[in-house]
Ligand binder design. Structure first.
Ligand code: UFG
Length: 326
């Protein structure tokens, strides 16, 4: 059993990971400023409402809890918002991570699992994407995460920090036994918006139908949030047992277009998805599909969910029981 701090543990992937860590017997504390996350996602008695930039509160928490490792999710995640307000993204995501790393060094906590993203690749030249592909983010969100990765690499080289950065592709779905799911305000992600369109009858807009893909809509690698939670657990256990760390893609290796996701949702729910087509959304690469063989080989990770319908069904179960915004 290890003492783990989960930053951003009140968010979507963070809360799933917290529940998984607790199941595995770890002692978990959550740090979240609740600017995006929800207190109801955090198991009772584990939430510390603190912003990463609040060094006094951070010092107090680290002194009291003596963490063995940190899993770092806390960040803003909206690509579109990052294009409109880049400074906020660099301050919150990169700056917040620097404050966290400083605090970890002061308290001699030398292991971290970092929530990175496929957005560090930008528009990849070759798909599936391997970790050694060119890193050329096309939006401030991706750049803010890449800057954190760069800091981690230098901290590792210069100070012996051990880290795993997981570059996830498109997280989706929900784990019914944890009672948490995808809740963003405002919601911008495809699957929850499709399910909301079914529930409310208000049409979804498909962003762009002229991409160089078979049906003209963007292709993404959808990976179930429970599989991502498992990847974090494995990364943590690896670091705890002396693993050297590194950077890993996390996806299923299967790409689905926006129209294919719509069809999967129709198959799962037995209802038509009302939608219209619109312009491309700024900053969207045509196709992102992961080669996750490094993660599979090194950490013996393999996604349990490969079928899109099963992932969408788990999201639908959450959406139907929570009736989130319109
Ligand atoms: N889309 C629509 N209509 C919508 C919403 C989305 O057509 O109303 C399309 C997008 O254009 C995109 C696809 O659905 O082609 C998926 O979009 P999401 O917003 O669900 O996800 P993204 O691929 O933009 O972003 C996700 C994460 C990011 C992460 C990125 C990495 O949200 O945090 O994957 O690729 F950086």
């Amino acid at each position: 059993m290890a003492k783990i701090l989960v930053t951003g543990g009140a968010g979507y992937i963070g809360s799933h990971t917290c529940h998984r860590l607790l199941e595995a017997g770890h002692d978990v504390q959550v740090l979240d400023d609740l600017s995006k996350g929800f207190a109801h996602n955090v198991p009772e008695g584990r939430l510390n409402v603190i912003n990463l930039h609040d060094l006094v509160a951070m010092d107090k928490l680290f002194s009291a809890k003596k963490f063995d490792a940190v899993i770092h999710f806390a960040a803003f995640i909206s690509v579109g918002e990052s294009v409109r307000e880049p400074e906020r993204y660099f301050r919150n995501n990169t700056g917040g991570s620097l404050a966290l790393l400083d605090t970890m060094r002061r308290h001699n906590v030398r292991r971290i699992v970092f929530s990175s993203t496929a957005a560090v690749y930008g528009n990849p030249e070759i798909v599936p994407i391997v970790e050694t592909s060119q890193l050329k983010p096309v939006n401030p969100y991706g750049e803010s995460k890449l800057m954190t990765e760069t800091t981690l690499r230098w901290s590792s080289e210069c100070t012996g920090l051990r880290y795993v950065a997981l570059r996830y592709f498109n997280a989706c779905g929900a784990e019914a036994r944890y009672g948490v799911g995808e809740e963003h305000e405002p919601e911008t992600h495809l699957i929850p918006l499709i399910l909301r369109a079914i529930r409310t009858g208000k049409p979804l807009t498909v962003f762009g139908t002229d991409y160089p893909t078979p049906d003209g809509t963007c292709i993404r690698d959808y990976v179930h949030v429970s599989d991502l939670a498992e990847a974090h657990l494995k990364a943590l256990d690896w670091l705890m047992s002396g693993g050297e760390g590194g950077v890993f893609n996390a996806g299923t290796g299967h790409g689905f277009s926006v129209l294919e996701v719509i069809r999967a949702a129709e198959a799962v729910t037995g209802q038509k998805v009302p939608f219209q087509t619109g312009e491309r959304r700024e900053g969207d690469p045509a196709m992102l599909v992961a080669d996750s063989s490094k993660l599979q080989k090194t950490l013996n990770w393999s996604p349990k969910y490969a079928k899109l319908e099963e992932m969408v069904a788990s999201a639908w179960a959450f959406e139907s029981s929570h009736a989130l915004g319109d």
